[in-house]
Design a binder for this molecule. Structure first.
Ligand code: ADP
Ligand code: MG
Length: 355
């Protein structure tokens, strides 16, 4: 497997890109470490598939450079890059048996038949299709076909990386869970470099050691699931990760205080920026509901089992708070913000606080 460096990658699908908005990828500069399990997370249309295809060579970037273990592969073909890629929908040979579908990528590379047999059987067990080995792929369900596709990606261990583009979309929920934990085990066992694209935060957070969050053609943050949760560098990350996502509200900052309408919030440190145009982000988990603090109007209480989500109105804006299952909404409700959960953002993203 290999380390993958993306150096200042930009990509436009159209012929004459004029402004930033003509680029599907604007400035992607990042390294995937050898043996890392990465998730590429972001909403539909943010450029995830474009980036994967640039890594595998299905697409050549308009600008920038791609290195595998320090070697420039920018101009190499897909074959020469030696990458396994699993797509959202099955890519298999309908007229071949399940067994031959998996054997094909190995035979193609001249792997001795005894090794082919061993690898194919191992992979068939993993995708739970051993008893279907001799069946033609044509008659199988969409779910089974996608498992073959997954198997074809996993059967070769000599590749530089394995890329997955939302591979479990068509798989039923239980099997999704099983396959995802198998992918994780595979990673632990063999140390493959894996990049797993998804728009589903649960999938990303359970699969990856490092999550790469993309938004509108750019990487906005890379971190462990805990880092993304505790210290989102961009309001989008805070909003996209977590359920419900981070509350974001405009404030005016003066020294160690933030003003939200008539309310004053004490900050845990002195921010490195002052004035208007700053947004305060706080996760619902850090919003305390009680008898003191800023007055709120309760709009809705959703009981979701282990805890309740309270939707309230604070200074005319909706804010979410989380209550333990045994906690109750006070008669005259107020909120305070736990300073540990306060993040500030200016237009250049996160505003760091002082000591
Ligand atoms: P994602 O995989 O995150 O949903 P994509 O990489 O598919 O996003 O798309 C990123 C952007 O590039 C979108 O705005 C999409 O409309 C555009 N795009 C994707 N493929 C093509 C294409 N073949 N031709 C033109 N525009 C494309
Ligand atoms: Mg996509």
């Amino acid at each position: 497997m290999a380390r993958i460096d993306l150096n200042h990658i930009r990509h436009a699908y159209g012929a004459n890109p004029k402004s930033d908005k003509d680029y599907a990828l604007r400035e992607v500069h990042h390294s995937f470490e050898d043996g890392g399990a990465y998730a590429l997370l972001g909403p539909s249309g943010c450029g995830k598939t474009t980036l994967l295809n640039i890594i595998s060579g299905l697409l050549h970037a308009s600008h920038g450079q791609l290195l595998f273990d320090g070697k420039d592969v920018t101009r190499l073909s897909t074959q020469e890059r030696n990458i396994a890629q699993v797509f959202q929908f099955p890519v298999i040979y309908d007229t071949m048996t399940v067994y031959d579908n998996l054997a094909f990528p190995l035979r193609n590379r001249g792997v001795p038949e005894a090794d082919v047999d061993r690898k194919v059987r191992e992979t068939l067990d993993m995708i739970d299709l051993a008893s279907w080995a001799r069946r033609k792929a044509r008659g199988l369900t969409a779910d089974q076909k996608q498992k073959i596709s997954l198997g074809r990606g996993l059967v070769r261990s000599d590749v530089n990386a394995i890329l997955f583009d939302e591979p479990l979309t068509v798989i039923d929920p239980h099997m999704k869970w099983v396959l995802r934990s198998q992918l994780k085990q595979l990673h632990r066992r063999f140390g493959y470099t894996m990049i797993y694209v998804t728009h589903d935060q649960t999938e990303a957070l359970t699969f990856a050691d490092k999550v790469v969050v993309m938004y509108d053609g750019e990487i906005v943050q890379i971190g462990t699931p805990a880092e993304l949760f505790e210290r989102p560098k961009h309001t989008f990350v805070g909003y996209f990760i977590g359920s419900p996502g981070m509350n974001v509200m405009p404030v005016a900052v003066e020294g160690k205080r933030a003003k939200l309408g008539e309310q004053v919030i004490d900050l845990p440190g002195a921010p490195k920026a002052e004035g208007n145009g700053i947004e305060l982000g706080i996760r619902p988990e850090y919003v305390r509901l009680g008898a003191k603090g800023m007055p709120v109007t309760i709009r809705k209480v959703e009981d979701i089992g282990r805890h309740k989500v309270v939707r309230a109105s604070l200074e005319g804006r909706e804010i979410a708070a989380i209550l333990g299952e045994d906690d109750h909404v006070p008669a005259d409700p107020h909120v305070t913000f736990d300073p540990a959960g306060i993040n500030l953002y200016d237009k250049s993203w996160r505003v760091e606080m002082g000591a």
